[in-house]
Design a protein around this ligand. Structure first.
Ligand code: TRP
Length: 334
């Protein structure tokens, strides 16, 4: 029977997971695996759109897998696999590159951001990155794609590609995938600058909480987090123009399962000297179990590789028949 919904999402195996990845994406994935058939992919093909050291990439794939498992993904309840182990991704991407239009890709803001000034020197893979992303999703006929809000444009493109493929070939092959952008802290901001996203590439480690940080460094980073001199307001409106305060309140809300309004109801009128220790405590409570499990798993290459191999096999069983349908639709086979 065809499932009503099928969830697919991907994450790059580069760098350590930080609180922004966890609250913005991974936590939603964990919640989805029970409600829907869910497929999660460590996107190593996407990683090589920029230069990678092979040994670092190899390590990164396993570490990301360990981090996802530590965060609560359960291979008994979802499919977790590395993108390069399922050849359908690259093969379908080729076909979809013939569906997508140059004009569509020229509008992708992430390419412009990532390529920077030297656009001519960027890899062709970086340019066609969003088509591979569409192939990831469409290879599974996924209906729902949990992503951070920076991926909205890529999801729009995946929908456009799916619709054009169906239309060009007179088929109803691909469902149009819906982005699922949710979670109160979808955008976790830097602890040093409330207007910049928390990011693994920020040169200041104090700007982010890594999922490997111990309780002391979490407390220290929160203590040093940039704030303003005013006490917390008791209403949301009072957070306007105070990006650092808004970020810390949003974090407290996300970590304790409350709304920002409820957090302000509890802490409004208090200074950061009182609020920050409470926030650090909530953060440690949320992260410490993940860190402990991550440290247990991260060097167990045999176990990690077994999870990935089993996931890849299940992924292939879904994606290969879809590619066969695509081959029929374009005229490669009967
Ligand atoms: N581009 C996504 C990101 O950077 C990662 C990704 C690759 C992805 N393929 C995907 C996300 C498919 C959702 C679906 O976050």
């Amino acid at each position: 029977m065809k499932p009503a919904t099928r969830v697919f999402s991907g994450i790059q195996p580069t760098g350590n997971l930080h609180l922004g990845n966890y609250l913005g994406a991974i936590r939603n994935w964990v919640a989805m695996q029970d409600a829907h058939e869910s497929i999660f992919c460590v996107v190593d093909l996407h990683a090589i759109t920029v230069a990678q050291d092979p040994a670092v990439l190899r390590r990164g794939i396993r570490e990301m897998t360990a981090a996802l498992l530590a965060s609560g993904l359960d291979p008994a309840r979802c499919i977790l696999f590395p993108q390069s182990a399922v050849r359908v991704h690259a093969e379908l991407a080729w076909v979809l590159m013939c569906t997508a239009r140059v004009g569509w890709l020229n509008r992708m803001t992430q390419f412009k951001d990532k390529a920077g000034k030297d656009r001519e020197g960027a890899s062709v893979g970086l340019y066609t990155y969003p088509v591979l992303q569409a192939a990831d999703i469409l290879a599974y006929k996924a209906t729902h794609v949990p992503v951070g809000d920076d991926q909205k444009q890529h999801l729009e493109l995946a929908r456009d590609i799916a619709a054009k493929f169906n239309n060009d070939h007179g088929v109803e092959l691909f469902p149009l995938p819906e982005p699922v952008i949710e979670g109160p802290a979808t955008r976790v901001m830097s602890l040093r600058d409330g207007t910049a996203k928390m990011s693994k590439s920020d040169p200041s480690d104090a700007s982010r909480i890594n999922l490997t940080d111990d309780a002391d460094s979490i407390a220290q980073k929160i203590r040093r987090a940039k704030t303003d001199p005013e006490p917390l307001p008791s209403e949301i409106a009072g957070l306007a123009g105070r990006p650092e305060a808004a970020n810390l309140v949003g974090l407290m809300a996300a970590l304790t399962g409350r709304s920002a309004a409820q957090v302000l109801g509890d802490y409004g009128g208090q200074g950061f000297g009182q609020f920050k220790p409470a926030l650090a405590e909530a953060m440690v409570a949320a992260i410490a179990p993940i860190t402990a499990r991550f440290n247990e798993l991260r060097h167990d290459d045999v176990a990690l590789d077994a999870v990935l191999a089993a996931g890849a096999e299940r992924a292939r069983a879904i994606a290969e028949p879809v590619l066969a349908e695509v081959h029929r639709a374009v005229g490669f086979r009967d």
